[in-house]
Design a protein around this ligand. Sequence first.
Ligand code: SF4
Ligand code: SF4
Length: 457
Amino acid sequence: MHSSGPQPCFPPRPGARVLDAAAYALPPACAVLLAAHALRPGNPGLALSCLVLGLLALTRQAFARLVLAPGLAAGALIWAGSGLELVRMRLALGEPHVRLAAIMAALAVLNLAGALVLIAAPGKRRFDKRPELAAPLAAVFLITLGALYTLQYFLRPPHGPALLLAERFAPTSGWLEATLIACYAAFAAARLLRLKTQAATRSLIWRLFSLVFFLQLALGLLGLPAMLMTGALHLPVPALIVAGPLYRGHGLFMLWLFSASVVLLGPGWCSHLCYIGAWDDLAAKSKKLPSPLPRWAVSARAAILGLTLAAPLFLRFLDVSLEAALWTAAAFGLTGLGVMALASARLGTMAHCTAFCPIGLLGNLLAKLTPWRLRVSLECTRCTACISRCRYNALTLERLESGKPALSCTLCGDCLSACKHDALHYRFLNLSPARSRTLFVVLAASLHAIFLAVARI
Ligand code: SF4
Ligand code: SF4
């Protein structure tokens, strides 16, 4: 029998109280100590990066616990490594070393204790906000930070021009930029994971990316070469991702980037990462509801893809000058803008991306080789609410009957929140629909943030 009266409330044991206090105090304290350690060799950017992590430790966000725990464990290794190095130096110079060794060991133990407290119950009690999002947000944060820290470590003077923009203006500030962008990535991912805020957030962060990309280009052209990737200008026309290397015979960087996005996100490049697609999204959304494109649009895009593959080879074969080839590419890009203004804005469907741009079709075709899919389940009542959300011309009544969207689906995810019957699902191998979607958002938000930091012409 269960008693229905109030349960006796036991005061927490003194040991538990100490551990709870440690979960509050140790993470920020360790972050401040690590920041001081980063200042020693003159790395203020890394010191500020540690302080940002210290600020994260003052929040109650559950994901912060999963980010800080490995951070403090790494901190323990840093103190141990630095301690060993310093003790060795003192031994070599015949100077006293015992006190130094004890201090460095104590700092390493403090970090380790902080990490252990965080992964145990006191850490869970301390960081109790949105525990259901803890793992995906921590994954986004760590993927973004790991990638940007790696780029910052290897790609900066004297190994070449810095890849992270802040580093180009203030040495060591790339570390801080990487950390701030990782925080932004986790924030964006939280909003993308919530169905209610997903569609608006996707559009917003996609436009932000495009704005940053073109703002850097504009400032570069106005005489700030630090805003450009290498100083060598390229046309920001997506078709050149394949046409450029076919004409030049080299310059595969963008193709690698695009291929990596296909491997990780399937057709997601065209709904999350392309610097031009965001404009088509903007143009199409100027009309409230999308109208379907004519059937010939599919064949037209296939023909344009064929032309994009054949024309550069033809120009190269004829030894056409680079200048003439660039004018051809510019004319193609301008035609695309015309398609946005005349078709996307009028139809409410992204005509540029689903009927004109060859890279979109290439992405759709290559994505068929990846396990990413969108599926319509038996719960679908054919209410057609989702059709009015799809700007990629991928949903029709026939498509709902067939259980899958058209080839032009980019996994944008906008249709999911329109469905009151939870009938549209991401699929990835044997993962459940919910896990598939979470994985997609984790990868999309991380790639978006990394691209935001490094993509420029
Ligand atoms: S279809 Fe082309 S322009 Fe549109 S998002 Fe994809 S690559 Fe970019
Ligand atoms: S079917 Fe859904 S996920 Fe695919 S493009 Fe259309 S709205 Fe986006």
